[in-house]
Design a protein around this ligand. Sequence first.
Ligand code: GTP
Ligand code: MG
Length: 387
Amino acid sequence: MIIKKYIVKNMNEAMTRIRYELGKDAVILSNRKIRKDGIKGFFSPKLLEVTAAVEKLPEAKTEKKNKSEVENSIDSLRKIMEREISNRSTENRDSLFEENKAAESIKKDTSDSQLKNEMQEIKSMLAKVIDKDENAIKDEFDEFLDERDIEEKYIQDFKNDLNNNLSFEDKKEQLREYLRNIVQIDSKPLSGRVVFVGPTGVGKTTTIAKIAGKLSLIERKKVGLITIDTYRIGAVEQLKTYAEIMGITLEVVITLKEMELAIEKLSDCDVILIDTTGRSSKNKMQLSELRAFVEKAKPDETYLVISSIIKNKDIEIILDGYKLLSYDGIIVTKLDETSVYGGLVQIIKESNTPISYITTGQSVPEDIRAADKEEIVKLILGEDTVC
Ligand SMILES: Nc1nc2c(ncn2[C@@H]2O[C@H](COP(=O)(O)OP(=O)(O)OP(=O)(O)O)[C@@H](O)[C@H]2O)c(=O)[nH]1
Ligand SMILES: [Mg+2]
């Protein structure tokens, strides 16, 4: 049994290293939080000490630990060369005897062709080993993409340009650069009329409460709230409760005319946040009805709120369906509920719309922050977690 300790920043990093070094059959024996030694450690973030074990190393790693196939091939080559040298010296000695000349010539021919054959054999052995190593690198990177839930079709242009002979780490660095180029961020301060749309239960109302709290309590802005969320019992109550706690005016809108009136009433506000009913992106009727309300509000900004726990397959349908609402920013919610963020690549690629905010928990108003490019790239690569 092989037991190995890893000092890492987080569990994701541990899992990636364990899988790479010990293989898929490895099990985690223990994990505990530790600090680096010395005073410096006291001020730096805690690290994780993870102990993992595996019965035996996977084949590729065993080869590396034991004598590798390349080394074996070199050994064989050496033996052949030694034999050839010894043959040659015999040849020299024999050449002293004229009577043995004919026999010697036959021997030399035999030994030359034998050497040729063996060299050919070694050549193909080496080619196989090199080929195997290249495949191992490729598989490891593809495995990494799978683990991070990064779908190949969304990074096809990156993969097409990727040199497969690069090491795993170099490929990862190239992916980091690629992500830095495609991640669009826009977290300009909110002002005017801002509408929030998105599927049911993604966190629109909670996000609005968080933003309203930050704007009114911290930035001291005059905030007004409008909700057209009148379809479910308790839906208005949710926002009403937050509005009362924060001392913010809430207008409830049922008809298109009321939307106009509500906007007028709140015209002295710096920011008007408009909550909407969660709609299925497949229901075009509902979305068209919602669009009529949104158009009446004449928004300065429309945010599509989407949850990071939505399945990759559904992201496409949502982004596509909600195009009807002409969203110009995206808010990704519930990042605390997952530790794999490859779906963000899909959101970024398919929406071609900047991410403005991310939310990281249920607490109002704390669990929201402006999107940060480097943080998003690290989350996708599994180098960061949301706590
Ligand atoms: N873990 C976690 N939960 C969240 C987050 N944001 C919202 N929630 C929770 O998600 C649930 C639904 O939130 P709502 O704000 O009611 O969602 P909604 O989009 O307004 O839902 P509908 O109005 O029904 O469409 C609530 O339990 C929230 O507390 C988040 O960032 N992390
Ligand atoms: Mg709601």
